[in-house]
Design a protein. Structure first.
Lengths: 218, 218
DNA sequence: GTTTGTGTTGACAATTTAGTTAAACATACT
DNA sequence: AGTATGTTTAACTAAATTGTCAACACAAAC
């Protein structure tokens, strides 16, 4: 029929992978079509044969990146499991995701800063409304049981993704500031799975029958 | 003598400001010399008259950005004040800094990811050694008094800058995910000064005479 | 008033880059 | 063998972008 013609396996996927690497490392403006072609070890003309233009290819890669990110988070945010377990899973899963593709977080956020409209067609808002509504229910539940302080779902979620994503976004900076080589950096990241989980839970939990730790008026 | 010749006031500073804005918003690759010239309402040739090339101008702006950032943090990290007060001041100061120049954090980190060598000549490592050594002393002190859990200076510092900087780096994403307009976003940021401070302190503090909240083996 | 030095400008050159096209070749399927 | 699709090579266009240069403007010095 149509597919399965070229000599080796799927070229389209090969290009996708190369584009993913180059775009996420250099950003849209910094990436050259030639870089992507080199990475895939093909020529530039073939890029345009498969994906009409740089913009089209970029949008595809960007969309994929967002999808993979949300796809990993979604099942956890919707799972009906205890709050602390949910936090732990969220932290571990997001860290694993970033370990697999270290530049993805920076890529998504930098491109969104460049042009916020790049994500507008996806109604991410609706999705996050579910995420946060869901989380909010769990939080009020735990609050009423007296096991955690009063905290908004938005705040907690933002705390978590800040703690998880920032070390990847600031990788180069942290390596120099903390004097870490590649191995030391990745060891720190792995350590952070437990560390962040503990830190977050400690930050919101109330120990047995005690009123919340710090005065909580705003 | 040499200065004070042109009709209106200092052009060099005007260019600096324009370059700062354009570079920090679009990054090195995304910024065009024409954009900077437009922003300053001058001719492109004049840019090259004052600053030889795009690279030279960029390095200057980048260095300025890092300097301003570290310059604000330094006095707090070296101040001999109680730990919790230091944390509060650090959070508030960094947030104020980011409010004044919202794209700076993203700018610095993105450019460092693009080319880590951009910061190598500055020995930022030495500075952070002082920062962290200093903080470490304060932490062991408080730990021995039984008021906080055992935590490494690197971990705490990373927690704090993650919580503070990420919301600025992820501004565009957060606005869409949380459904915030400009005003709502900035209100959230202001709220975070107290919120992050409380969250961090809560995350490391031990309430009167109690063993640490969560099992702390790694 | 002329000269001089610096700030400023417009036009120009050189390079880079995205994207196109045409021709040739390769390989799988019929 | 013949056809359709994938792939390479090469040249090319058009636009964008950095950097340079000679001329101009104008205030201060002579």
């Amino acid at each position: 029929m149509s597919k399965r013609v070229g000599m080796d396996q799927n070229t389209e996927e090969l290009i996708r992978q190369s584009a993913r690497k180059v775009f996420s490392e250099k950003g849209f403006s910094g990436a050259r079509m030639q870089d992507i072609a080199d990475e895939a070890k093909i020529n530039r003309a073939l890029l345009h044969y498969y994906f009409r233009s740089k913009e089209k290819l970029f949008e595809l890669i960007f969309d994929e990146a967002v999808t993979r990110f949300l796809g990993a988070v979604q099942p956890i945010m919707f799972a009906r499991i205890p709050l602390f377990e949910k936090i732990e899973k969220l932290v571990a899963t997001e860290i694993d995701l970033c370990v697999a593709e270290p530049c993805n977080a920076m890529f998504i956020l930098h491109e969104m800063m460049r042009n916020p409209a790049v994500l507008e067609r996806r109604n991410i808002r609706k999705l996050y409304e579910s995420f946060l509504g869901n989380l909010s229910v769990a939080l009020t539940e735990e609050y009423k049981r007296g096991s955690i302080v009063k905290i908004e779902a938005e705040s907690l979620f933002l705390h978590i993704i800040s703690l998880v994503l920032f070390p990847f976004i600031g990788k180069a900076y942290l390596q120099q500031a903390f004097g870490l080589d590649e191995e030391g950096y990745w060891r720190m990241i792995q350590k952070r799975k437990k560390e962040v989980t503990r830190f977050v839970i400690n930050g919101i939990r109330i120990l047995e029958g005690r009123p919340e730790g710090v005065s909580s008026d705003s």
